[in-house]
Design a protein around this ligand. Structure first.
Ligand code: ZN
Length: 382
């Protein structure tokens, strides 16, 4: 829905777009002062934001019951949607009663339908080009997704690019960064464990708001986390679909249809690549063993036992090529081990390059271009 088609566009903006239904963030900004402390709040219980309230602001945005006083020029300069909105003649503030909710302190109040904390992050980001959310806790990650949604919805592109780069610290465009991403995750005990619902939160928001460079890593993470039980994925999505809701409280957090389609296709492609290319030296017996004389049998047995172990946990063939497949658990001879290490690193890199294609997405460079995300220089596998 475009705000241009909204008959009430002079005082309202479109309702929160669909992707925000995935939001897990509470709407309370937590930083607003008690209502009694505020002189200008009215009977309707409106609360001024303590962080985004500029005395020289000439417009007030209202999200739920929180008010943000900001500069119309700043919004116009940074957001194509607000630029269009303010092109439409606004009601004359002088004709509106200060007793109504439509005007306060001489400023027109515009109702928007974004959660106040997301809106607050959006406005802070517009006001301060150096403002940043460190995406190293569940709370901050959810907030950043909210700001991604709001900045995409209002077409505030420079801020959107910044938010995508913050989120890319968790879902990066390189495999080396993907493997190292938890090194900077929270040291705070209450936030130490990554909430797996955030995988779908990011993946679904990235899909809907076209921040596509985040998708391969997020969807691979989904498969790593939930991919072992194919029928559970299907059942959860079927049940969600039958109830007509993407908020269905399933054991598995639900993906959007496009994301679901991507992972269902990629799952067998990844498993096949992992078996044939990455760990082919173990799954398939090679005629020419490289093992030192006398160690062939033991080396072969080590590989076979490792394969048996993998197969036990993967009744239908899926296993994550990245998680829990530690090579040192495979008791090979030193020659095979060295060759295996090199092969696994090389082929994992190849898997990463092909991952977008396996997910039916564009190539990495195209994804980065559509998301306007510059890939950081790859330091290569560790
Ligand atoms: Zn060997």
């Amino acid at each position: 829905m475009s705000p241009k088609s909204n008959p009430n566009a002079s005082t309202t903006l479109p309702t929160q777009s669909k992707q925000s239904e995935f939001s897990l963030v509470e709407v309370d900004t937590g930083s607003s002062p008690a209502i009694d402390d505020i002189p200008h709040t009215k009977a309707s219980g409106l609360i001024k934001s303590t962080e985004v309230w500029y005395a020289d602001g000439d417009i007030i945005l209202r999200g739920d019951s929180t008010l943000f006083r900001v500069s119309r020029r700043l919004l116009t300069k940074n957001s194509r949607i607000f630029e269009d909105l303010f092109d439409i003649p606004q009601p004359d503030v002088g004709c509106l009663s200060e007793d109504s909710d439509d005007v306060m302190e001489g400023c027109l109040v515009i109702q928007v339908f974004d959660p106040p904390d997301h809106l607050e992050g959006f406005l802070k980001g517009l006001y301060d080009a150096s403002w940043e959310i460190n995406v190293n806790t569940n709370h901050n990650l959810r907030l950043a997704v909210g700001v991604l949604e709001v900045s995409s919805k209002y077409e505030a592109y420079p801020l959107r690019e910044r938010v995508i780069s913050w989120l890319a610290s968790v879902y990066p465009p390189t495999i080396s960064a993907y493997r190292k991403r938890w090194e900077t995750w929270s040291k705070n005990p209450s936030e130490r464990y990554f909430d797996p619902r955030n995988i779908t939160l990011v993946a679904n928001a990235a899909r809907v708001s076209q921040a596509l460079a985040l998708l391969p890593a997020a969807l691979l993470h989904y498969l790593e986390k939930f991919g072992s039980d194919f029928s559970a994925i299907i059942d959860a999505h079927d049940a969600g679909l039958a109830l007509g809701s993407d908020r269905y409280e399933a054991d598995l957090p639900l993906l959007t249809r496009d994301n679901l389609s991507s992972i269902l296709k990629a799952r067998s492609r990844i498993a096949f690549f992992a078996r044939r290319d990455i760990y082919g030296f173990a799954f398939y017996r090679f005629r020419k063993a490289m093992c030192p004389r006398g160690e062939e049998e033991e080396c072969l047995r080590g590989k076979r036992e490792w394969v048996d172990e993998v197969e036990k946990g993967s009744p239908d063939g899926w296993f994550s090529p990245l998680v829990g497949q530690e090579l040192w658990e495979m008791e090979m001879c030193s020659v095979c081990e060295k060759a295996a290490e090199e092969n696994v690193e090389l082929k994992l890199q190849m898997l990463w390059e092909r991952l977008p294609g396996m997910l039916d997405l564009l190539r990495w460079d195209e994804l980065e271009r559509t998301s306007r995300l510059e890939a950081p220089p790859d330091s290569g596998p560790e």
